[in-house]
Design a protein. Sequence first.
Length: 329
Amino acid sequence: MKIALAGQPGCGRSTLYKALAGSSSADTSKPLTVHVPDDRIDFLTEHWNPKSIVNATVTFFDVPSPAFNPRNMGRIKESTAVAFVLDNYALGNMDETFLQNESELMISDLAIIEKRVARLTKESKAKQAEAQLLLRCMESIENEIPLRLMDLTEQELDILSPFTLGSLKPLLVIANRAGEGVCDETEVAQLVDKHGGAFLGIDSGFELELCDFPEEDRGEFLESMGFAASGKARVLAKAYSLLDLISFLTMGKDEVRAWPIKKGSSALEAAGTIHSDLARGFIRAQVIPYDLFQETPDEVELRKTGSIGLHGKEYIVQDGDILEIKFSV
Ligand SMILES: Nc1nc2c(ncn2[C@@H]2O[C@H](COP(=O)(O)OP(=O)(O)OP(=O)(O)O)[C@@H](O)[C@H]2O)c(=O)[nH]1
Ligand SMILES: [Mg+2]
């Protein structure tokens, strides 16, 4: 998963990036890949002592200013989700800047759509469906409605996918506040919700300072500021729920690994995530729910009590399922 941190100049993107990196000397021009903390992986690692441990990861980009300028849009276009960073440490006019970001994102989409429509009108009738769809998108933008709020079918989303339109991507909005923040965030949070986005507030400056303290003391500091978890943990959790992701797990002496996957995915899709061979030669999926394994970390014992499931292609994978795909190619 890739998340582009975008926003108006000076909104605090780079400070947030460094807080996510856990280092004030992090190079913000580079992609930042962070591990998604996962207690389950920690437990399985302790149990197996594997050669390799692979947590799920999220990569962040600090999109330079002006973020929505065609030259800088590349990072947004290649990302899974867009994150607007809103200044609530100095200016605080968040409703206004939120709408400004939305509008700049839509203008950039409009330019792409108009160019394509102009070309399509010269082409054959075969592209009628695409042209109609793009005209609907143009109308939506002209009415200041971001594309993510349109009612689109899977097929229509497939047609639009190659254009990597920014306002169609899932949206995360992060208020960057110092202490209490300049403004109350209730209103902007409601506005973001109306726009189909997820909202959270972070004190990036404070979180960055925290990086200088020993890890075991940080929880207490965060708690004293009224935060249940670190900004990084909260951003990652929000991104997971925004994108409707869960993780299934694989384990063994060689590797313990978390695999992010869309909620509602089948065992066959999970197999394909691991390797196309596993999907091609899929026979069945052996499933141990993580909680059962944590309680009784012994496959022989679990088999005796009938706690290990064997499922076909259609099985819907649950968060924390420990999978072993039986296959033959
Ligand atoms: N106190 C406080 N200061 C902050 C916070 N976030 C950013 N700042 C300060 O605001 C200034 C701009 O922050 P940056 O993180 O560089 O903002 P940016 O969005 O990367 O800015 P550009 O890349 O120049 O557009 C810096 O001097 C930061 O120290 C915050 O949460 N608290
Ligand atoms: Mg910056």
